[in-house]
Ligand binder design. Structure first.
Ligand code: GLU
Length: 264
């Protein structure tokens, strides 16, 4: 299933969550970033196109500063993201430079997706970067965003991005293998659900837990992303980003995940 999905998709959006990017001590996982950059570059040579949606501004800010971990005040959190976003992109730039690929940064808020002129500009920028072999890396503009205008989590941001760019596939990388019929941490016999033809049926059969340690989302926002993308005819794959060479493993069928089928 995943093999067919990857081979038939040309335009792929990959969302990388903070839990995938950060090691357990909170530092940024450079080996992961370099591995992903290498695999994207190889697949780009084979004709695929990528847009990345990367979280991690806040985690990178904390790792850089080693202060403010307990500050909940919005100004401190936005300041932390301002610091961390630079570090995050510096890491991505170094990771992709090893493979000889350039990157570009887009920082967006919820408002950008509601304004026709802005969405057109974002679309044109994405198309231009990708056509020129540059990998766009998107995050929410956390330092200017506030409650009323923010998207709030990168699962939904990646779905909006996939729709805006008319992607063929959205891949959400997580620290879990996909959706299980019950919580695998509590139930060793939990089964991975490999294909979800109908999100509403799925929602009524599984229990949705809370957000994980570094990320904003959790299963709830992943299902919202699936809802948005599949309604626009874009399938979504939720899979584990923690395994080495996961993109190649998905392409050769040795790694699976949960595929949310596009609605016709
Ligand atoms: N934009 C946030 C950050 O870069 C992450 C949001 C999310 O994890 O969904 O820290």
């Amino acid at each position: 299933m995943t093999r067919d999905l990857i081979s038939s998709a040309r335009k792929i959006v990959i969302k990388i969550g903070s839990n995938t990017l950060a090691k357990s001590d909170g530092s940024v996982n450079m080996a992961f970033m370099e591995g992903l950059a290498e695999q994207c570059t190889a697949l780009m040579k084979a004709g695929k196109q990528f847009v990345l949606v990367s979280s991690g501004a806040q985690v990178a800010g904390l790792a850089t500063l080693d202060r403010w971990a307990r500050k909940k005040d919005i100004h401190y959190r936005q300041a932390l993201c301002a610091i961390g976003q630079v570090e995050l992109m510096d890491n991505w730039r170094n990771a992709f430079a090893k493979s000889g690929t350039h990157i570009g940064q887009l920082l967006l808020t919820g408002e950008d997706f509601k304004d026709d002129q802005r969405t057109l500009n974002i679309r044109n920028t994405l198309f231009t970067l990708v056509d020129e072999g540059v990998v766009p890396i998107i995050n929410e503009n956390d330092s200017v965003s506030y409650e009323e205008i923010k998207i709030g989590d990168n699962d939904n941001l990646s779905a909006l991005t996939a729709i805006l760019w008319s992607a063929d596939l959205l891949i959400l990388l997580s620290d879990i293998d996909g959706v299980y019929d019950k919580n695998p941490k509590e139930h060793p016999d939990a089964q991975l659900i490999e294909v979800v033809p109908d999100l509403h049926i799925l929602k009524s059969t599984i229990s949705i837990g809370s957000a994980n340690s570094f990320g904003t989302g959790g299963m709830q926002t992943k299902l919202e992303a699936a809802d948005k993308a599949t309604a626009y005819g874009i399938p979504m794959l939720l899979t584990n980003g923690g395994r080495p060479r996961f993109l190649e493993a998905l392409a050769d069928g040795s790694q699976n995940g949960t595929v949310f089928l596009a609605k016709d």
